[in-house]
Design a protein around this ligand. Structure first.
Ligand SMILES: *Cc1c(COP(=O)(O)O)cnc(C)c1O
Length: 720
């Protein structure tokens, strides 16, 4: 929407609560515990039907509902508190960053193909995007000057539907940008800001939108403008287009167009952070600018490297974007001469076994590179060891984290408010704060946990009901979507993208043994699955189908469930409501994984392969390890060993422990483990620890003019 349209929306609201528009247009509300309840109280049915999109909500809500709400004293009080919190947050003078460093004149520009901020802004496919969203939120909380750069996808990712036979169908309905919490960016002339990129055979135009993430703006590029040819208009329709020509053009728009957008906005970043290799063309564009000012290519490259940070996420060579050189030729032919290079030198820069590889380009153009867990660091260094070491920086690691207040349930947060001290939200990376979790009475922790288990059950039932009434589902699909779930039964969650390395069907290896576990009459078990396969990933879709067929089977007694359309909302329901979070990737392909961290925060126990983050978190008392750290000769052997470990730990440890309760049905030993898990994972696997590490180890040194006020203090922080 334009500013004028927003003003118009505000003018339609009663004056007493007119600041609702301001709240709606800043995603800050998504990590505030009370603002969602504000909208919910006005009209709970509408709030659900607009899928928690406050802009859509305000455009549709009845005046009568608004009037009733603000005449209610309790609502008005809640509204005032929310608005106060917002004003205070936005004007907070003493942030961590402000206290720790001399102010930077220049912001960090964070480039990513996807950003996962909330279910109402579906610009993400999975973990990479959610991490980027959490990174921006945390930067805002810490007061770090940052701007995000990404895409506004007209069709979002896709909505997932499962047919009766278990086949994933993808729904690509276009979004209405006027109903999203974004604004159109205009230039000094008040016209929509546009930028262009010249390619050998055409110009591509892009316009710019802005989403506000607390104090951090996120600029989103969109090529759906009338001046573009039809194929170019469609460049930003979909995330992860598998067509290489489209993908290269997208990466040109994000990388080169992203730099031009920031220039047009008058933003001069001091650090450029590339989240994965997709935005790596930005480094070439910045080099080109300097060459055009008279530097040689090597001089320019040295300057660009100093201010470039690159995070790699993919431990599989095939997962890294690479293209045949002739395809690069077709789109970037001649660009090299503007860099002072010939074709050969240009291709060499990103060469990997004859292909043009975006990760190689990023590694060569960034002075600071990191992987996202300790093991992933080792794997990445091995994977890229053939790159001339003089020519690319060593890969270190910063383990991922999650944005605590985005993922923590409201009641759990209230419980922590009571027990972790008044300023615990400012000290999320401090282990001594979280150690106090052990003082929470078992009954209180258990009762909050049970509340979210019940809510998860009713969430699934409501979804099943709303599908049922559309007559689009076979009755057995209603069973498969969780209506027979029992909130007092041990519940395991498994939700992730259905990429084959994640081995979603590992647990089906011995169906008889699995059914014995879930159908034990004294100690039953429920397993909830969710996740999307990329629409072009046939093996991934077959995995979903294999699983779904078992879920539908009457032998499974309705205790195996598949929840359709995994997104951040489903993720919150699951991580807040299950007892155990299971993850079975084939080691060492899970770079980090983050959903287990979200589950741990809320008291779920992790039951996972010792890969990525869990290898660092597991201490023998805070969850369970599937398999071991042996390197197997074949994937077959590895799968066989892991599946045996999985079943036997479930049978002998997890299930009996869960059902070992006192006379009041309180399982004290289980709760002891929950506390151990929260206390050990909370401070380490949060974005507060992670983003501080990025500031101290990746951002600070290359920014010209940055002085650590207290170098000692800064290095201590990075060790936490
Ligand atoms: C957190 C999250 C992910 C990442 O999960 P992994 O643990 O990396 O598999 C993916 N999708 C959604 C919707 C999430 O919220």
């Amino acid at each position: 929407m334009s500013e004028a349209q927003i003003d118009n929306l505000t003018s339609l609201l009663p004056k007493r609560i007119a600041k609702l528009t301001e709240l709606a247009y800043n995603l800050w509300w998504t990590w505030h515990p009370e603002v969602p309840r504000l909208f919910q109280r006005i009209d709970p049915v509408l709030w659900e039907s607009v899928y928690h999109n406050p802009v859509k909500f305000l455009r549709r809500v009845e005046r009568e509902a608004l009037r009733t709400a603000y005449n209610d004293k309790r609502f008005a009080g809640l509204y005032d508190r929310c608005v106060n919190d917002f004003t205070e947050y936005m004007n907070q003078p003493a942030t961590w960053f402000g206290q720790m460093h001399a102010p930077w004149g220049k912001p960090v520009a964070y480039f990513s193909f996807e950003f996962g901020l909330h279910e109402c802004l579906p610009m993400y496919a999975g973990g990479l995007g959610v991490l980027a969203g959490d990174h921006l939120k945390q930067a805002s909380d810490l007061g770090i000057p940052m701007v995000g750069v990404g895409f506004l996808y007209l069709q979002g990712y896709f909505r997932q539907r499962i047919t009766e036979d278990g086949w994933q169908e993808a729904d690509f309905a276009p979004l209405d940008f006027a109903e999203l919490p974004i604004t159109r960016v205009t230039g000094p002339d008040k016209q929509p800001l546009t930028l262009s990129i010249e390619l050998p055979n055409r110009l591509i135009w892009a316009q710019v939108w802005r989403a506000q993430v607390g104090r951090v703006p996120l600029y989103l590029l969109d090529t759906d403008v009338p001046k573009n040819s039809a194929p170019d208009r469609q460049l930003t329709y979909r995330l992860y287009n598998p067509d290489p020509d489209t993908r290269i053009a997208q990466e040109i728009v994000l990388g080169i167009g992203g730099v031009r957008a920031l220039r047009a906005l008058g933003i001069e970043p001091g650090v450029w952070h590339l989240n994965e290799g997709h935005p790596a063309f930005s480094t070439l564009e910045r080099t080109r600018e300097l060459v055009q000012q008279g530097l040689t290519f090597e001089q320019a490259r040295r300057e660009v490297r100093k201010t470039t940070v690159f995070t790699t996420h993919t431990p599989v060579p095939a997962g890294n974007d690479q293209f045949p050189q002739w395809q690069i030729d077709r789109q970037l032919n001649g660009y090299w001469s503007e860099l002072g290079l010939d074709r050969e030198a240009f291709m060499d820069l990103a060469d990997w076994q004859g292909s043009y590889n975006m990760t190689v380009l990023a590694l060569r153009m960034a002075d600071r590179c990191n992987a996202v867990s300790e093991l992933h660091g080792e794997v990445s260094r091995k994977m890229w060891k053939d790159l001339n070491s003089k020519d690319s920086a060593p890969i270190r690691h910063i383990t991922n984290g999650v944005h605590t207040t985005t993922w923590l349930s409201r009641r759990m947060r209230r419980l922590f408010d009571e027990h972790l001290g008044p300023d615990w939200i400012e000290r999320l990376d401090d282990p001594s704060v979280w150690a106090q979790v052990h003082d929470i009475p078992d009954e209180d922790l258990w009762s909050v946990h049970k509340h979210y288990k019940r809510r998860l059950a009713s969430f699934m039932q409501e979804r099943a009901r709303s599908k049922w009434v559309t007559h689009s589902q076979h009755p057995v699909q209603t069973i498969a979507s969780g209506v027979l779930i029992n909130p007092s039964v041990l519940t395991i969650g498994f939700a992730r993208r259905f990429a084959t390395y994640k081995r979603a069907s590992l647990i089906l290896r011995d169906v008889k043994r699995l059914l014995n576990i879930i159908n034990n009459p004294h100690m039953p078990v429920q397993i909830l699955f969710a996740g999307k396969a990329h629409p072009n990933d046939e093996p991934g879709k077959r995995l979903i189908q294999e699983l779904y067929r078992q879920v539908k089977n009457a032998d499974s007694a309705g205790r195996l469930v598949f929840i359709e359309d995994y997104d951040m909302y489903v993720a919150r329901q699951l991580v807040q409501g299950v007892d155990v979070w299971m993850n079975t990737p084939r080691r060492p392909y899970e770079a980090s994984g983050t959903s287990g961290m979200k589950a741990a925060l809320n008291g779920a126990l992790n039951f996972s392969v010792l890969d990525g983050w869990w290898r660092e978190a597991y201490n023998g008392k805070n969850g369970w390890a599937i398999g071991n750290e042996i390197e197997y000769a074949s994937a077959e052997e590895q799968d066989a060993a892991d599946v045996e470990s999985l079943y036997s730990i479930l049978e002998n440890e997890i299930v009996p422990l869960y059902y070992r309760a006192d006379d009041n049905s309180i399982p004290h030993q289980w709760i002891q483990m929950m506390k151990e898990s929260i206390a050990t994972c909370g401070p380490r696997f949060c974005t507060m620890r992670m983003v501080k590490q990025y500031v101290n180890e990746m951002y600070s040194p290359p920014v010209a003019g940055v002085v650590n006020l207290n170098g000692k203090l800064a290095s201590q922080v990075s060790q936490v």
